[in-house]
Write a protein that binds this ligand. Sequence first.
Ligand code: NDP
Ligand code: HSE
Length: 402
Amino acid sequence: MVNIAILGFGTVGSGVYEVLDVNRESITKKTGDEINVKYVLDLREFPGQPVEKVLVHDYDTIVNDSEVDIVVEAMGGTDPAYTYAKKALESGKNYCTSNKELVAKYGPELLELAKKNNKNFLFEASVGGGIPIIRPLNHSLTSDEILEITGILNGTTNFILTKMDREGLDFDTVLKEAQDLGYAERNPEADVEGYDACRKIAILSSLAFGENVNYEDIYTEGITKITDTDFKYAAAMNRSVKLLARCKREDDKFFAMVAPFMVGSEFPLYSVAGVLNGVLVKGNTVGDVMFYGSGAGKLPTASAVVSDVVEAAKHLNTNIMTIWSSKKLELGDKSEAVNSFFVRVGKASEATAKELFGDVEVCSAEGVEGEFAFITAAMKEKDFADKISKIADVKQVIRVQK
Ligand code: NDP
Ligand code: HSE
């Protein structure tokens, strides 16, 4: 029997408990051993619920129990998750987590500690919820040099943007719905301001390029400034607005960014809607590979966590190699990145805009008047910033996926 302890019995933690219960038989077959939840740690009580029998409130009970083989963390945040992770690995336990904040900040250190102790630090659910993306990067795509990753990596914002686009609903109403469905972070600012997607692309780029991408170095914009008017223009152009997280290697330079983009219907991530996430990986020999599935939510996320539990149970005393060194990967300056931009300015600035940006694609949308909207040619971010600073009444700027 393999004993596990679950830290945090919220959306994900309770999902892990449920998946292990519902799929007990097949999981036992695939693991070659039964997985037993010996403890659940939470701050709350759960009177009358089955979990009550294994509920504890003191982490020492878990970490000092030599029968616990695997600790599963679904509490979120870095304090006390970081301390708990270190203690678990130092005590000879494997550690599986859905906590991207922890992974983005302490990934290389905890991987190193796991290696030193011949244990595993696994985090499949930390990016893309239920989508297998960490293991494919670590195992299936090892033949390739990864050139580029572009993802819709946040379920909450994709859910909000899709509802704004397709149902014309307002931002706050849809955010509340995403929170009720258990998609959003405890502080939803992490979702809507793009910080969550930023941590996730930092994790993916670190794994893809083998060195540590500091999430604080990644230029990040959220979706709070996207309006229904933007969606009217997008619809008229057969486009939509998506929060894209991307990283790219160009020769020996690396770029990463999180921002809303206008994407056309021919773009593979265009039809990734609602809470679904999609990750497009470009390798130098395999070409494009796309991963798609539920990016958040109780059972999909728990499914990814349990896949880590099974993996850890099959390698209780063998470290599975993960290439993510603590050496810092320097990112190229965002101002050198090349993009084209959808811009809305006041009608009075039409002539100035045409003069500054030259041959632009003029945009129109039904029912929108009194402004001038256009898409620029591809240009360096710094050149765009210089030109746009000369226009007084800029209403909107959204990058365009070409
Ligand atoms: P929840 O807030 O639903 O659950 C967290 C649980 O952990 C709560 O029950 C909380 O108790 C408990 N908890 C917090 N701190 C402690 C502590 N110090 N000791 C014991 N228990 C504690 O969060 P989620 O389940 O949604 O998310 C968990 C993690 O998974 C986060 O890192 C999140 O980013 C990540 N994640 C979430 C996904 C989702 O769809 N929800 C998808 C992918 C990843 P209390 O409520 O009393 O504070
Ligand atoms: N809040 C996150 C999201 C949870 O909406 O994508 C999954 O990581």
